[in-house]
Design a protein around this ligand. Structure first.
Ligand code: ACM
Ligand code: ZN
Length: 525
């Protein structure tokens, strides 16, 4: 019998068919090691009420067994799953492994009826599974368009099902400040509101005169962080500095080189007003903001942006010029490294690790900073990694979910190899993982978010789990078909496969589409 195509995404590292099958009862019992109570509770919640698996205290009454193993050599998050004709057994070293293994069990049980439509039997099998990358990320830009807590919760649910574990939250940019900072209420009062928004493509000068606003209170943030943590998802907050900071400057013009006034920007793109590096108040101001961020986000990593920083204001600013000359910098632009290294020591003192977009790369960048690659000179990134430093990969050529499918088709995203071939194999462990960002200039609604994100998120999830061991695209596509009804059930307005894989002629429009406004959404339903 040929191997059935198990309806699993991400596909496991190793899956072996065994003789026989196991009938799935309409409702079944779980016997588990008590440390896994929370994981069991979350697993139960995934089922409809009438089918909720019941916790049992007698082994004879159980169908699904969850055991802890003492292995020390397995990676965090790894698990072993065995289905024999009597029962399902899941073994893992830690709660994370059990949580991830239960996602696999759920996919097998709930999708099996689509796959093996005539029977509710599961084929017997053995799965040995572990993630290739420790960083399997998704980024949501809430600055360009505030999406709100319900969307975040829904995304966290999908990420957990797909074994993704980093939610990178882009909480500030030129067009909005989205997080309450108690010490500086003006950041929200002024920075979270804009009077209008750019209409049309990236080069358009037109605006739509509709105000836009939104922010998260600290209580809302704490609730979202707790929800993510239970699902083994780390939230990495980003406050983007020193560029992309118009919203911050609108509230605190004294931290801009010219003193303002500044607007929360209605226009997308890159803006020349940035934080003044030479103002002695700038770093204490940032540290005060980041102190509150550290209290809210217990994860290891804090993202400080650093992308797209025009230095034109610094070149004319007496304070910036004076600081650059005091530090004997040959160029005032070097102040970007000064800011990055200073913040890095602040995070190091607080036991955290700083992350910056690849524009922060410099010979004298502090070695602890993790570089988040999105575009630009691969050589500098490679030499960073060759010097023993770490990176995350979000190459815009495939992983930017805001790009149209004519540019980044589903098959292209799936087949993309994120690690540069020039990077020696023994350095691959310094690539923490991959992340797929959704920038939201053209994502003002949930239907747009769904269209751009799904089904490409599933392709990235599998790439992050399997690395180069991933299957071929037709294999993925067949399995994806079993996920479409599941997305329908959760009312995700994903792009249908015909739109997700445009034909050759449509793909010719890919490069130009990067400058255009995208508005496509699912009209049916
Ligand atoms: C970026 O896309 N500016 C990181
Ligand atoms: Zn300045």
């Amino acid at each position: 019998m040929p191997d059935p195509l198990y309806p699993l995404i991400p596909y496991p590292q190793s899956i072996q068919l065994q003789p026989g099958s196991l009938r799935i009862p309409a409702q079944f019992g779980i016997f588990y090691h008590p440390i896994f109570l929370n994981e069991v509770r979350l697993f139960q919640e995934k089922f409809p009420e009438s089918q909720t698996p019941q916790i049992v205290y007698l082994k004879e009454e159980a169908f699904l067994f969850l055991h802890q193993i003492e292995s020390t050599d397995s990676k965090p998050g790894s698990y072993e799953l065995e289905i024999n004709p009597q029962q399902i057994t899941l073994h893992a070293r830690d709660k994370n492994g059990i949580f991830l293994g239960l996602q696999t069990v759920f996919q097998l049980i709930s999708f099996v009826s689509h796959q093996f439509s005539i029977t509710t039997n599961l084929p017997c099998l053995k799965i040995n599974d572990s993630p290739k990358y420790q960083w399997r990320g998704f980024m949501l830009d809430e600055a360009r368009h505030f999406q709100g807590a319900q969307t975040v919760y829904d995304l966290l649910d999908w990420m957990a099902s797909l074994k993704m574990n980093v939610f990178h939250w882009h909480l500030s940019d030129d067009q909005g400040w989205r997080i309450e900072i108690q010490r500086y209420p003006q950041l929200v009062e002024i920075g979270s509101k804009r009077s209008c928004s750019q209409k049309g493509g990236l080069l358009s000068k037109r605006v739509d005169p509709v105000p836009h606003q939104g922010h998260y209170t600290q209580d809302e943030i704490r609730a979202i962080v707790a929800y993510a943590t239970e699902r083994f998802i780390t939230i990495v907050p980003e406050i983007d500095i020193p560029g992309h900071s118009s919203a911050m400057l609108a509230a605190f013009p004294e931290f801009g080189c010219t003193g303002g006034p500044y607007n929360v920007q209605p226009y997308w793109g890159i803006h020349k007003d940035i934080l003044c590096a030479g103002n002695p108040g700038t770093l204490p101001f940032l540290e005060n903001i980041f102190s509150e961020i550290l209290d809210l986000f217990p994860g290891q990593y804090i993202h400080t942006g650093g992308d797209e920083v025009p230095k034109i204001r610094w070149q004319k600013c007496p304070k910036c010029l004076a600081l650059a000359s005091e530090l004997e910098y040959p160029k005032v632009s070097k102040l970007q490294t000064y800011l990055a290294n200073h913040l890095n020591s602040f995070f190091q003192k607080n036991g955290r690790t700083m992350l910056g977009w690849n524009e922060v790369l410099a010979d004298d960048l502090s070695p602890e900073v993790v570089v988040h690659y999105w575009m630009g000179n691969k050589k500098t990134l490679i030499s960073h990694v060759e010097r023993g430093r770490k990176a995350i990969l979000s190459n815009y050529k495939a992983y930017y979910l805001d790009h149209s499918y004519t540019h980044s088709s589903l098959s292209r995203v799936y087949q993309f190899q994120p690690v540069f071939p020039q990077l020696q194999n023994d350095l691959h462990d310094q690539i923490l993982g991959i992340e797929t960002p959704l920038w939201t200039e053209y994502v003002p609604s949930r239907s747009r978010l769904d269209w751009q994100t799904f089904p490409r998120l599933l392709a990235v999830a599998e790439s992050a789990w399997l690395g180069t061991k991933k299957e071929n695209y037709p294999h993925f596509k067949k399995r994806l078909k079993d996920f479409l009804p599941e997305m329908d059930k959760s009312r995700i307005l994903y792009a249908p496969l015909s739109a997700a894989n445009p034909n050759f002629l449509q793909r010719l429009k890919g490069p130009i589409s990067l400058l255009q406004e995208h508005t496509r959404v699912r009209s049916e339903q």
